[in-house]
Design a binder for this molecule. Sequence first.
Ligand code: BGC
Length: 893
Amino acid sequence: MSILTPTHLRCEYLENPPGIDVREPRFSWWIECDDAGRKNVSQKAYQIVVTRGPRQNVWDSGKVRSDETTHIRYEGKPLESTECYDWKVRVWDEKDVSSAWSAPAHWGMGLLRRLEWKANWIGQTLDTPWSETASPPAPILRKVFTLDQEVKRAVIYVSALGVYELHLNGQRIGDHILAPEWTDYTKRVQYQAFDVTEVLQKGENAIGAMLAQGWYSGRIGLAFNQRGGGFRGVYGRLMRFIAQMHIELADGTKQVIATDPTWRYTDEGPIRGADLLDGETYDARREIPGWDRTGFDDSAWKIVHKCSGPTLVFQRNEPIRITRRLEPIALTEPRPGTWVFDLGQNMVGWVRMKLRGKAGTEVRFRFSEVLTEDGTLYRENLRIPPLTPEGAMQEDRYTCKGGGIEIFEPHFTYHGFRYVEVTGLPRRPALDDLTGCVFHSAAEEGGEWETSSDLLNRIMTAIQWTLRGNLHSTPTDCPQRDERLGWMGDIQVFSQTACFQLGMGAFFTKWLRDVRDAQTEDGRFPDFAPQPFDPNMRFSANAGWADAGVIVPWRVYVNYGDKRLIEENFEAGTRWIEFVLRHNPNLLWENHNGSTAFVYGDWLNGDTFVGLTGWPKTGGQVPMEIYATAFFAYSTQTLARMAGVLGKEAEAARYDVLARKIRKAFNAAFVSKTGKIKGDTQAGYALALNFDLLPAKLRAVAARHMVAALKPCKGSMSTGIQSTVRMMLELSRYGESEAAYRLINQTTMPSWGYMVENGGTTVWERWDGWVAGRGFQNPGMNSFNHYAIGAVGEWMWRVITGLNPDEAAPGWKHFFVRPIPGGGLSWARGEYHSIHGPIRVEWRIEKGEFKLDVTVPCNTTATVELPGKGGRAIRIGSGVHHFELAHKGTTNQ
Ligand code: BGC
């Protein structure tokens, strides 16, 4: 008899989260079967048991007849702040045979009510000097407290306006980097929770923290002052800190230790300045040994100032943490005493370095993504002087204290780089003195993708690195120059690719709240979120960017089956659509955004490149009103679908009808009887097809026009970031996969292959980031780590490995496997960690046969469509399935 086991238990997407502030958290699990040969396992019922501590029962769901394993809502006794709960689950299979109980999982509750925060926000005194142009020393705060018994359990809830590192009894607590991360601090700030039971002791204990400005009062992208230079203090000026520790002592008594006006602080610590964009300056001579321990004399430190702060919410996404460490692959000395380490991969994070020098020796670290021809760093694309007064300096400085080996590793910054220049060292470093620490919002990893083509594998690897490099609390456009903003248009088009690579549910739950926080009263979604500037002036309501407020929640729903997320975002979506409608009552989105000045359109399309050597004379810009109306129709239709999911019939009907009318207006205004779309651009067809805007009878012919539109561009793309992957998908949908394969296999500009063949280990912002003979593009806009055009990853997953979610059975409860081999590939495989469990697809062409293996997780089903005309569609249940098919076009038939 085979055995089923519920595994991979998650609460609100997270593994054993410590501080949930959702009153009815939701549970998900996978079902694993120990017999690989068993098929069609389904769940007939489940039972969840939740206990407070190990014993006190707070919820026993009983045997619930249901095949659901995702987002099951807690329905027990009211959950209490700061308590810890254990949960386990068992399931019954299709024959009503019960599994064993899962291994227990747990979660901790955070503080559910505002009044439960007894702690005060504390910070520097109001006379602390402030500069708009320089980052100040990092304040260090501390306090000693006494416990008169051993500790049974202790949890601390912490946050800052700024970024913090928490210490207790000489130890750094947790592995979070740049906590509490970025939100709209005028509305809310996140707190983190840590179990500190093991760190506390009977008697005296010391707690302390270091702070830096981070996103709160440090520099953030596009915040320029009148000189065009960096601007600090967008949200506020002085940093603040808050912490509240709940301790249960051995005899059961409870004690709370909280920040209050008796804490002390100093600005005299070793971090002399720290900024996300500019880097960190550390003077080891100023280290304060014992500052985070008892027995330290802090009587000379200042008394903190008590202040106020915004609403505190528990951090919903995975923290930023180090996920990889890279060893350099080369060390050069392009100029005497200038050492350049090559990490072999464009990465995001910082470096750790072992070094030695006399007290006062200053070692300087500078970072870049690429090198110039003479082997020195190319840093102009950081937009540093003379291009702008500031830019992102990405420069760390370390002053040695002397007397032996020292370790430099920053605390409160991050850089985008492959190359590290180190100067000021007294002697030649060794290759392994330096390590690249890669960090990002550590969403669960799971996606693996590989084919027989080395080129395609390198493209996919670059896409994966680009995603990792741009998940820092928000989905950023780039991680290096002075921008690093949650640009909505980029993630809107990249969101499905992201979901294939990482578990994005928690991340998007957090970020979509940032999006809603940034929505204006009149319904405009921002162009990026968080959006700290005046949205009435700029940065809102752009087609394709603002639409992420509708499209991303829908993507998350399709991939994770998360209905509550749809509930949370639906109303905001309606306000957005009504805004566009109000300004465009004739249903063509011509008055593009009501009020703001920026219009991006199908950003970085062929128009950008006309005139460039080798680029065809034709541009590619789809007329703006076509582009924008296409998004209007699609978002409206998506909203109608959301209403349907929520059972809101009136709204579903309203937006369904509206979407139909917009499509009608679109066709009447822009589409000829022969299926030609005004402008005859690749992008126009791609968007119209991908958004299902055309009447059924014109679709195939429009697809042919799209293929024809490749010709004037010598068979290449002239599409921008919003239409490139959509064109790839539509080529494949309409039987033109070979054209798509030609594009993905191309190695001349414009192509993904061109990037990786020219040294790209991440996706570039633009096709012509670097061109032989001309060199680098305009440094004002030339990032080498920008995922938008990496959205082709979606096509690679959907078409090459054939994995497609089913919108009607979200969360991959049912999915499609429809690989379309081509482009000379002899095999491909993909593993995708769905919320129901790992899905595997592997195909190979061998001796004239197409062989396909598909692994379907327990309690899900799939429809397999084998390639070729008239390919059969076969419905399968869980288990490992094998298919074979004679394959035309191979020699060994
Ligand atoms: C960003 C893009 C963004 C764009 C708006 C750029 O500066 O880097 O990725 O979407 O502005 O068009």
